[in-house]
Design a protein around this ligand. Structure first.
Ligand code: SAM
Length: 248
């Protein structure tokens, strides 16, 4: 997978050279290019922002450096799958989740655009849509100073899904929010010692009975999801847990 990140703070992306993502880069599973948006400015001060039309606080990222940058990264319009997909970070975008991570992990090339200040001039996204597929993506309902932290999160969530990045691919299928786990929260996990400070590991986990362990884990995953995130329950189990909660 090719990843291009466009930012005013290239150093912010340095942690990607660490750990599993770093290893994926070293092995060539991921090719990472971090671009400084100021490279597409032409004035002495390398200006990328200006005051908002209509007044108001803060500065807005000018469209010209973004336009030139995108033209350089994607010289010909390419809307097909196989062509690049542009992710523009904004608090008003589609909420990032495991489904979107799965979707993005299927792409050959992602370009991640990190805003700063009050955000990017509103003409940049419609222009980009004339040349490539574009998603406006939010990390959640809060405001960050810039899109770099969002890029770190999205890249980590996507790259760990690529073949060969996680040692045991089975661990991906069992995780919270994963499709292989019906998008439920993960069941409680334990390791040694069997008893710790008066708290014991559930007996069933020592039974060696795979069917019983799987059934116990499934029940705990459903219970935990019903308790913490009932919105994630499969439709056919929602009523059952609503009744159980009402009885309790
Ligand atoms: N004025 C914008 C608003 O009210 O929606 C917020 C701008 S924010 C200070 C600057 C940049 O940080 C945004 O352009 C975006 O790239 C990034 N950003 C901030 N919050 C974000 C979030 N929740 N998800 C993704 N990116 C975010």
């Amino acid at each position: 997978m090719q990843l291009d990140v466009v930012t005013l703070f290239p150093d912010y992306l340095e942690p990607l050279r660490l750990s599993l993502v770093g290893r994926a880069i070293e092995r060539g599973t991921v090719r990472l290019a971090v671009h400084d948006l100021r490279d597409w400015t032409h004035d002495r001060h390398r200006t990328v922002d200006d005051t908002p039309y209509g007044g108001g606080a803060g500065m807005v990222m000018r469209p010209e450096p973004w336009g030139e940058c995108l033209d350089t990264l994607v010289p010909e319009p390419a809307h097909d799958t196989g062509g690049p997909r542009l992710v523009v970070f904004t608090p008003s975008g589609r909420r990032f989740d495991q489904r979107l991570a799965d979707e993005l992990a299927g792409e050959d090339r992602l370009i991640l655009a990190c805003g700063r200040y009050e955000g990017i001039d509103a003409r940049v996204v419609p222009y980009a849509r004339t040349r490539m597929r574009v998603d406006e993506v939010s990390l959640g309902d809060y405001v960050l100073n810039g899109g770099e932290a969002a890029a770190l999160v999205v890249i980590e969530a996507v790259v760990r899904l690529l073949p060969g990045v996680i040692g045991n691919p089975e661990s991906l299928a069992e995780e919270s929010h994963s499709a292989g786990h019906d998008h439920l929260l993960e069941y409680p996990i334990y390791t040694k010692p069997p008893s710790w400070r008066g708290l014991d590991v559930p007996e069933v986990l020592f039974s060696g009975h795979h069917g019983q362990i799987a059934a116990w884990r499934r029940d705990r995953a459903l219970e935990l999801t019903a308790e913490r995130r009932p919105d994630l329950l499969p439709d056919d189990r929602r009523g059952e847990f609503a009744i159980a909660a009402a009885v309790a």
